[in-house]
Design a protein around this ligand. Structure first.
Ligand code: ZN
Ligand code: ZN
Length: 92
């Protein structure tokens, strides 16, 4: 009995995770991390300076979505980031 080639069906179902990322996935993927790091380096101090500001930037707040570069973010401290989003919610 000759050896038949193994069916390729099983292989097709287990393709490597090499698909095209959507814009949203790219936004929160490697680019987001890179931009975030750049924003933090460029702005070690909080750019918002709200009521409870701690002074040092810890978060990168999205100014533009999807982000096109570090300029799409604002470096803010945690307290200010909370305040920004609270204000955004209140404004709605
Ligand atoms: Zn702050
Ligand atoms: Zn934010």
């Amino acid at each position: 009995m000759p050896n038949k080639p193994k069916p390729v069906q099983a292989i097709k179902q287990h393709q490597p995770p090499k698909r095209k990322l959507t814009t949203a996935e790219r936004d929160y993927g490697s680019n987001h991390e890179r931009y975030r790091t750049q924003v933090m380096q460029e702005h070690p101090l909080c750019q918002y300076r709200g009521t409870d500001c701690t002074g040092f930037s810890e978060h990168a707040h999205h100014l533009v979505r999807p982000a096109t570069g570090p300029e799409s973010y604002m470096a803010v401290c945690e307290k200010c980031h909370q305040e920004i989003h609270r204000r955004e919610r209140d404004a709605m």
